[in-house]
Design a protein around this ligand. Sequence first.
Ligand SMILES: [Zn+2]
Ligand SMILES: [Zn+2]
Length: 272
Amino acid sequence: MIIQDVHIHSAFADGKHSVAEMAAAAFALGVDSLGFSEHGITDFDPKYSMSLESAPRYAAEVASEKERYAGRMEIFCGVEQDYYSIAPNFHCDYRIGSVHYVKKGDEYVIVDGGSAEQLLLRIEKYWNGDRMAMCEEYYSMVSRLPEVTKCNIIGHFDVITKLNELSGLFDTENSRYREAAYAAIDALCGADMVFEINTGAMARGVRTTPYPYPDMLCRIRERGGRIMFNSDCHHKEKLLYGRDVAVAAAKNAGFTEYALLTANGFKMHPIG
Ligand SMILES: [Zn+2]
Ligand SMILES: [Zn+2]
């Protein structure tokens, strides 16, 4: 298999290492193709995103690494564009669309951060304690990611289940949950999105399985959707973390091919 990872963060946002350090670590690991996907410009959460001023510097650093590794490792400049990020002020080879917040009134409520207790308090406050109502709102936003973010990849489809193994916060068998998630999958497959199998939460030690859940992967396959493998890496030592588990999850869901980002769009390759 060609080893590609296009969900990588750096110190331009909440990652630990510079663009150059991440590229060097990936090259040392034998990565064939690397994509930087820094958090898009998100004014209300500057700690976790690039700023208008830093974003062009990010693109310049990625361009210089692209040159450094030319002919040895392919490098793409992308962005992880949140639902509420503003339009990038630099050229993106690709965009990952993600929902990390739901806006309630003037508040941007984080749906994938903090502890389970904190998330429950937010659900109490903003959704009258109705967990499924939060899930429904989240998935309806996810289904609109293509038009809102102009993405071609869907980031961590069911990230709201991040703490489920530890807390059992959301009943993913609940019919309201499944209907909302399946409706999003159907819309996104109709929009020809690529779904990533994302091992980021495994690297953080809070899950033993990647996003999305197995039944979601099956639904994606049934609807003719495409998948790719990404680590959502924030630390150079976690590059490619859990790749074998992600590949096994794809196979278990019946996928025989994965999408590879190339300079000419996505190309399908057999899963080895
Ligand atoms: Zn994300
Ligand atoms: Zn990310």
